[in-house]
Write a protein that binds this ligand. Structure first.
Ligand code: NAP
Length: 298
C-alpha cells in the first residue's frame, strides 16, 4: 500500500485566512462593518503570550479591528468580569476571547459564563454548547471547526461514514463529535474507560484523536484507507539521545505518525496540521459573529 496523503494544515489555513480577509473587505465595503476581536490575557504565561500575539497579528492582517487587553496575574475576578462586561457592551467588538488557562484564584467557569454568547468566538459558553448539541446555529470551538474544514476539503460529503472520536473534552472531543453528527456521520465517542479501544478505532472511516498522549494510536488501530485527524499536541524528548540529554523537546501528536502513514488514506501531521487551523477558525468565527449581530445573512 502507498503512503497516506498528508492533509496540509499550512495550505488549508492560509486559504481560510485569505477567504476571511476577502469577506472582511466585502463587509467593510458593502455594510461599513469591520469585524472586531478582543483578546484578554491575564498574567504572563509564556505559551499564552505566543498564542495571543498570533491572534492579534492574524486578525489585523485579515483587516479586522483587533484589541488585546492585558491584566496583571494578580487581577481580581471582579476586574476581569468588569472588563468582559465592557467588551459585551462595546459595539466595535464582535468576538471576545479570554485566553485560558487563567491564573490560579480566578474562576474560569464564571468568566466564560459572563461572555455574551453571541460574541463567544471560542465557543465555550454553555449556551453555544447547547445550541450545537441541539443542532441550532452556534459559535463552535475553533479546533473542532478546523477539523471539520480539513475533513470536508479532503473527503467532500461526510454523510454515512463511521467516525470515531477519541477524547470527550468540552474543548475538542465533544464538539467535534457533535459536528460530525451534524454532517451525518455515525459517531462513536471513545475515552479512557472505553473497552477494547483498538477495535473501536479500527471501525473508523474517520478517526479523530484528541487525547493528549504522545503517539498512543498505533498503525494496527487504523482501518486501511481511513482519514486520520490528529489533534494532539504533546512535548516529548528528542529521539536523538544527545539532544534529549540537553533537555531539548519536540512536538508530536496522539498518533504514531510514521507507522500510520503506511495504513491511513489521509492523515494530518503534527506540527503542520490541525494546530494551524485553530487561529484561522477564530477569525472565521469572528466574522460569523459580526454578521449575525448585524443581521447579515450567512
Ligand atoms: P483533555 O481535556 O485532557 O481530554 C483528553 C481526553 O482524552 C479525555 O476525554 C480522556 O478521557 C481521553 N483519554 C485520556 N487518556 C486516554 C486513553 N488512554 N485512552 C482513551 N482516552 C483517553 O484534552 P483536550 O483539551 O481535549 O486536548 C487533547 C489534545 O489536543 C492535547 O494534546 C491538546 O494539547 C491538544 N489540543 C490541540 C489543539 C490544537 O489547536 N491543535 C487545541 C486544543 C487541544 P476521560 O474523559 O475518560 O478522562
Amino acid at each position: 500500500m502507498t503512503d497516506a496523503q498528508i492533509i496540509d494544515g499550512k495550505t488549508l489555513s492560509e486559504a481560510l485566512r485569505a477567504e476571511v480577509a476577502a469577506e472582511v473587505a466585502e463587509l467593510r465595503r458593502a455594510h461599513g462593518l469591520q469585524p472586531g476581536l478582543a483578546v484578554v490575557l491575564v498574567g504572563q504565561d509564556a505559551a499564552s503570550e505566543i498564542y495571543v500575539r498570533a491572534k492579534g497579528e492574524h486578525s489585523r492582517a485579515a483587516g479586522m479591528h483587533s484589541v488585546t487587553h492585558r491584566l496583571p496575574a494578580d487581577a481580581s475576578q471582579h476586574e476581569l468580569l468588569a472588563l468582559v462586561a465592557d467588551l459585551n457592551a462595546d459595539p466595535l467588538i464582535h468576538g471576545i476571547l479570554v485566553q485560558l488557562p487563567l491564573p490560579k484564584g480566578l474562576d474560569e467557569r464564571q468568566v466564560l459564563a459572563a461572555i455574551d454568547p453571541d460574541k463567544d468566538v471560542d465557543g465555550l459558553h454553555v449556551v453555544n454548547a447547547g445550541r450545537l448539541a441541539s443542532g441550532q446555529p452556534a459559535l463552535t470551538p475553533c479546533t473542532p471547526l478546523g477539523c471539520m474544514i480539513m475533513l470536508r476539503e479532503t473527503l467532500g460529503d461526510l454523510g454515512g461514514r463511521r467516525a470515531v472520536v477519541v477524547g470527550r473534552s468540552v474543548l475538542v472531543g465533544r464538539p467535534v463529535a457533535q459536528l460530525l453528527l451534524q454532517a451525518d456521520c455515525t459517531v462513536t465517542i471513545a475515552h479512557s474507560r472505553t473497552r477494547d479501544l483498538q477495535a473501536v478505532c479500527r471501525e473508523a472511516d474517520i478517526l479523530v484523536a484528541a487525547v493528549g498522549r504522545p503517539r498512543m494510536i498505533k498503525a494496527s488501530w487504523i482501518k486501511p484507507g481511513a482519514t486520520v485527524i490528529d489533534v494532539g499536541i504533546n512535548r516529548v524528548p528528542f529521539d536523538d539521545p544527545e539532544k534529549a540529554a540537553q533537555g531539548k523537546t519536540k512536538v508530536v501528536g496522539d498518533v504514531a505518525f510514521k507507522e500510520a502513514l503506511g495504513v491511513a488514506g489521509h492523515i494530518t501531521p503534527v506540527p503542520g496540521g490541525v494546530g494551524l487551523m485553530t487561529v484561522a477558525c477564530l477569525l472565521k468565527n469572528t466574522v460569523t459573529a459580526a454578521k449575525r449581530i448585524a443581521g447579515i445573512e450567512d
